[in-house]
Design a protein around this ligand. Structure first.
Ligand code: ADP
Length: 393
């Protein structure tokens, strides 16, 4: 049996009015055919503005959320303890604000299932918005926690690397020190035992070795101090006009001893004119010492290292080329990373801390320059450094 608004029992009408007045929710009576046959006065405010007719419409046409749930709804008609609720249904108002509604259907009277359901709409916008913002905050917290975990993992990775680095650096420092001490002892005993018979060539060669090892030590310490300054944001450059041409010629001379000791040939093609750049003289030497030092280190007996300097209208272009062991293509993108050493370098006898190129790149960039590398395994490597020229105004 289907009831209509006009023959609705007075008790139902009254219930609707009473509920509406007392708790601010809106109500409707829904027939067993799922049609709305009567609704409270403010029911319409929960529907889109253009809803033509409420009474007589199918509940599912106004609230598509109920499509498919008819079997559950029918069961309610005989069960006074059950209800069917859909919570936080969202509706967008004409001003684009989102509203939340709780929808609920209850069998009106289990003794008279033919009367249909009582349908209740409750505006839960405030609670819904609060829940949404809580969900958002919880998600943001989760994201922040995940990011924190990543940062934490990275920090402990760096911490581990630092520990490895410290032991390598200690080992690196001890090696030249041992050589220096050994040669100083030989020189001292030579001088003490028979000063007259000293072979000056031999004496000079020993002194040369001491100088090379001292330079090496100096480079390691400069890199460690440089890293400390970079990490503490205390890298300060003393920029003055510098002639890069004379710096590379001086460095080439300075590093001849290292090259010779390692049985490498170090050559230089300077520009035929001064190449003035705004730079920090000592830092530019540090850049060169690292890159040339690597060309000598990662090379074999008889290997060659060549430095050249040229200019473009705005840049000084410095290249350091060696015909050494080269770097595998998949490892090339990593060589400027802090503490990075290629697999073959780690397995080889060549000492290193993975600090040099990180510092070189940082220093080049602090001079507003760029550094690039090209390499072929077993053929050699070329580093190209571009530094802005001091342009006349
Ligand atoms: P290291 O103290 O290990 O020499 P660097 O930061 O100077 O550290 O270099 C990083 C890594 O890049 C080296 O361990 C080495 O594997 C590789 N590398 C750098 N320069 C060269 C080069 N000229 N030839 C081959 N490999 C090089």
């Amino acid at each position: 049996m289907t009831s209509t608004s006009s023959d609705l029992p007075a008790a139902l009408q009254e219930a609707i009015t009473r509920r509406h007045v007392h708790d601010g929710t809106a109500h409707a009576i829904v027939s067993t055919e799922l049609k709305i046959i009567h609704c409270s006065a403010d029911f319409g405010r929960f529907l889109p503005e253009n809803t033509a007719q409420i009474e007589g419409s199918l509940l599912t046409s106004l609230f598509a959320e109920f499509i498919g749930s008819e079997p559950y709804l029918r069961a309610l008609l005989h069960n006074p303890d059950e209800h069917y609720a859909i919570k936080r249904v969202n509706r967008t108002a004409p001003d684009d604000s989102v509203h939340y509604l709780d929808l609920e259907l209850t069998g009106f009277d289990p003794q008279r299932p033919e009367l249909g359901w009582l349908f209740t709409i409750r505006d839960t916008t405030e609670v819904g918005r609060l829940e949404q913002s809580l969900i958002q905050e919880r998600n943001q917290l989760r994201l922040a926690r995940r990011e924190l975990a990543l940062v934490n993992r990275e920090l402990s990775r760096l911490d581990q690397l630092k520990t490895i680095f410290l032991s390598m650096a200690a080992h690196d420092i001890r090696a030249p020190l041992t050589v220096i001490r050994g040669y100083v002892e030989i020189l001292t005993s030579m001088a003490e035992i028979n000063p007259v018979d000293i072979d000056f060539d031999e004496f000079a060669a020993f002194l040369n070795t001491i100088r090379v090892q001292t330079d090496w030590l100096d480079n390691i310490i400069n890199n460690i101090l440089g890293l400390d300054q970079i990490e503490n944001d205390q890298l300060v450059l003393h920029i003055v006009p510098c002639d890069l041409n004379s710096i590379i010629m001086d460095m080439c001379d300075m590093m001849q001893a290292t090259a010779k000791l390692n049985q490498r040939t170090l050559t230089c093609s300077p520009a035929d004119h001064p190449v003035i750049i705004p730079g920090d003289h000592q830092r530019l030497q540090q850049i060169l010492q690292n890159v040339i030092g690597n060309g000598i280190k990662y090379n074999q007996t008889g290997g060659k290292v060549h430095i050249s300097l040229s200019t473009s209208p705005e840049f000084a272009i410095l290249t350091v080329t060696d015909n050494g062991v080269g770097i595998a293509q998949d490892q090339l993108p990593h060589i400027f990373e802090l503490y990075y050493r290629t697999e073959s370098a780690q397995k080889s006898q060549v000492r290193g801390t993975g600090l040099g190129l990180f510092i070189v790149k940082t220093l080049v960039e602090a001079h507003k320059g760029t550094i690039e590398v090209k390499s072929t395994i077993k053929s050699g490597t070329t580093f190209t450094i571009c530094l802005p020229l001091l342009l006349k105004k």
